[in-house]
Design a binder for this molecule. Structure first.
Ligand SMILES: Nc1ncnc2c1ncn2[C@@H]1O[C@H](COP(=O)(O)OP(=O)(O)OP(=O)(O)O)[C@@H](O)[C@H]1O
Ligand SMILES: [Mg+2]
Length: 329
């Protein structure tokens, strides 16, 4: 069996903040016990509403923010236990692509400098070798050598995201965490960037952890999908079973809002009532219960365990646990 590239176990990130000197400390449970496994070469997506903890999960994996608890195993090594030098080396293998490429590209540097920086930081090659790598990479992402002497403001959104991808790829990483990489782009440009990412995945044997709130985009790119709600993964499955047989009422509601390409299929939109509750004050029991149309007594008091419904299809819901409702609506 293939070994996972990345294994996240009970990942937790609680932010603490204090409003005033005498006020009680507020704990925001941004990520609350996330488990996820990613195998080499696949694309796993994390989806969920704004504020459910997707970006925090991604940033914890890269240790851009320190997790509160849990294990993050990259090629079997817990990156929380690595010393400075080993962490630096591991970071070469894991790169981030941001939502807003403009904000993440230094406006005072040329594209050539931006792409060379990671190579300099990791002490790779002579200046000539680095220049060659940079020239090669800019062409791989569909731009040209002439672009290297220009500044980020001289590019369109789609071109900037190509530069963001080139910067992530220049160190030849194994894992790319892409946090809403196409959300800021026009739909036509989104497709180009997604296709580029898929081509690059094949060419460089990349593994993607793809973060998005857009289920149409996720459907296009993923092999497996993890649905997050209020800091927890509530359902994980391969793309086909998730889209054909969504089981958690939250997944069903999210999917019912996605337009279906087949005009003969009519799906009933499930309207989620209320907003995402605050992760500073999560509901008791199953945190989805106040918005769930199947809420039972047990849901108010007890957090549901994770069940494997079918091979590789996991869900955390009392309905499945109690077998109360067999059919999937
Ligand atoms: N530095 C921080 N300090 C305090 N709370 C934070 C911090 N960063 C994030 N949070 C909170 O943690 C929760 C999860 O945030 P996160 O950015 O991970 O969500 P997200 O799923 O990426 O949302 P979006 O789709 O809007 O990007 C939110 O309630 C957010 O307000
Ligand atoms: Mg985010």
């Amino acid at each position: 069996m293939t070994k996972p590239l990345l294994e996240i176990k009970s990942l937790t990130k609680h932010f603490t903040s204090k409003q005033g000197f005498f006020s009680k400390e507020k704990v925001v449970r941004a990520v609350d016990g996330v488990n996820l496994t990613v195998y080499p070469g696949e694309t796993v997506s994390i989806v969920g509403e704004s504020g459910c903890g997707k970006s925090t999960t991604g940033r914890c994996i890269l240790r851009l923010i320190e997790p509160t608890d849990g294990e993050i195993l990259f090629e079997g090594n817990d990156i929380r236990k690595l010393n400075e030098e080993d962490l630096r080396r591991t970071r070469r293998d894991m790169q981030l692509v941001f939502q807003d490429p403009f904000a993440s590209l230094n406006p005072r540097k040329t594209i050539g400098q931006i792409l060379e920086d990671p190579l300099i930081i990791h002490e790779i090659g002579t200046p000539q070798e680095r220049r060659r790598q940079v020239e090669e990479m800019i062409e791989i992402v569909g731009l040209s050598k002439q672009h290297l002497d220009r500044f980020p403001h001289e590019f369109s959104g789609g071109q900037r995201q190509r530069i963001g991808i080139a910067r992530a790829l220049i160190l030849r990483p194994k894992l790319i965490i892409a946090d809403e990489p196409v959300s800021a782009l026009d739909v036509s440009i989104q497709a180009q960037i997604l296709n580029l990412m898929q081509d690059l995945q094949k060419e460089f044997h990349l593994t993607y952890l793809f973060i998005s709130h857009d289920l149409s985009v996720v459907r296009h790119i993923s092999d497996r999908v993890a649905v997050m709600y209020l800091g927890k993964v509530v359902e994980v499955a391969d793309k086909r079973s998730l889209y054909e047989k969504p089981t958690h009422p939250y997944t069903q509601a999210l999917l019912s809002a996605v337009p279906v390409p087949n005009p003969h299929v009519t799906t009933q939109r499930i309207i989620l009532e209320g907003d995402l509750p605050s992760p500073a004050n999560p509901p008791s029991g199953c945190t989805f219960h106040p918005r769930c149309r199947h809420c039972m007594e047990i849901c108010r008091t007890t957090a549901p365990p994770v069940r494997e419904l079918a091979p590789d299809h996991f869900v955390s819901c009392h309905l499945e646990d109690a077998d109360t409702i067999g059919s999937h609506t």
